[in-house]
Design a protein around this ligand. Structure first.
Ligand code: PEP
Length: 389
């Protein structure tokens, strides 16, 4: 989540470097968008007097070391889990850098970022491009008595923290049978939180035993509905077609879908996680109008990071959320894509949320386990305090 950015076209290796490139300093985070729209963050590791810079991009299973100078940007060393000996970057010529050179460097190859922008730090007075959403998925926890107590504790913690709900939106997703109690508390106590369902029927009414219509959720004051959570896809066999039908049902009842997409570990290891996730996205938004797509929330949840304690890095979250936004721009248009909110989900805690939320295209987090602890969840909601501190 970057509140202000500057960006400059690099073009390809023949095009001179951007003017403000020389102002980069070690420790700065830059966003690189490659042809095709995939974007990722990289950290400036070192810099020579001639302003050659070595930046490092970490991803789930390794790092890439990129050297940028007036000739363009080159991949200096790529690593994979199978090549642990390649994990160290090469020494940067002329820096006296102590970075050791790796054994068995992969052959340098040109990469051609097309957009390059430096991340600016979050400051207390700046505004967000998109209202951040911090969402707590209670899953099958919290009956209506327990849920009322959790909500009261959460509301108290946020009241004490003087939380501004208009600035950072907070949503909870209780089980269906707890929704009514949550709604009563929200209404009677005038709480600033909003609620959502964890699922809905693709149908509006009729002989669908056990299912819950979007109409019922809307009548309970819900604003959101989770659609296509990985636990629904795997445990209940929900297909992309079902997920798409549910997304459409959500809009029919003036609710906002939080469309969940993301890859399993096998797909991540195979390196096809972007194709996989974008394919889920395309299927999920099929047939939506531009207005609906702009209002949609998409949650990128790598399945291997859900409830496992394994957290994807902010670079992974940014890589995927950047790719999702680029895909939405292609499917709809850039204006729509700039409005759609994108969340990261997977073992988010108060300690890792701020880093996630600093990624340019991450507009919020979907939190499972940690949302069951009022204090922890309130600290996630207050992520800006940690950024400032
Ligand atoms: C989730 O349920 O969507 C989730 C991200 O769970 P957890 O935070 O526990 O990994």
């Amino acid at each position: 989540m970057v509140r202000s950015t500057r960006h400059t076209d690099i073009g390809d290796t023949q095009v001179p470097a951007p003017q403000d490139w020389t102002s980069l300093q070690p420790g700065d985070i830059v966003e690189v968008i490659e042809p095709g729209g995939y974007s990722y963050e990289a950290r400036i590791e070192s810099k020579t007097e001639q302003s050659d810079i070595l930046w490092i991009r970490s991803h789930g299973f390794g790092t890439r070391h990129l050297l940028h100078n007036q000739d363009g940007t080159r991949l200096q060393a790529g690593t994979t889990p199978d090549q642990p000996q390649n994990r160290n970057p090469p020494a940067l010529p002329g820096t006296g850098s102590s970075l050791p050179g790796p054994a068995g460097l992969s052959r340098p190859q040109a990469i051609t970022p097309t957009i390059w922008r430096k991340h600016m730090n979050t400051s207390a007075n700046s505004t967000f491009n998109r209202t951040p959403l911090i969402a707590g998925n209670w899953k099958m926890n919290m009956d209506h008595v327990q849920g009322s107590s959790l909500l009261q504790h959460l509301a108290e913690a946020l009241y004490e923290a003087k939380h501004d709900y208009a600035r950072v939106e907070v949503a909870v997703f209780p089980p269906f049978t707890t929704l009514s109690a949550v709604q009563t508390l929200i209404q009677d106590d005038g709480l600033g939180l909003v609620s959502g369902g964890q699922d809905l029927s693709p149908f509006d009414s009729g002989a669908y035993t056990g299912d819950v219509s979007g109409q019922f959720l809307a009548r309970l004051g819900c604003k959101y509905v989770l659609v296509g959570h990985s636990e629904r896809r795997t445990i209940h066999g929900e297909t992309d077609a079902t997920v798409n039908a549910k997304v459409k049902a959500t809009f029919r009842h003036t609710l906002t879908p939080v469309l969940c997409v993301g890859e399993g570990l096998d797909i991540r290891k195979a390196g096809t996680h972007i194709q996989h996730t974008l394919s889920q996205l395309r299927a999920g938004v099929d047939g939506l109008t531009s207005d609906q797509a702009a209002g949609l929330v998409v949650a990128y949840e790598p399945v291997w990071a859900i409830g496992t304690g394994e957290v994807a890095g902010p670079e992974d979250a940014q890589e995927m959320c950047g790719a999702i936004r680029a895909e939405l721009a292609g499917l709809f248009d850039a204006d729509v894509a700039s409005k759609t909110r994108l969340l990261y989900g997977g073992s988010v805690k108060a300690s890792n949320a701020p880093a996630m939320l600093q990624a340019a295209d991450v507009d919020g987090v979907l939190v499972g386990g940690a949302s069951l602890d009022a204090g922890e969840f309130a600290n996630i909601v207050g992520f800006e305090r940690q950024m400032a501190g």
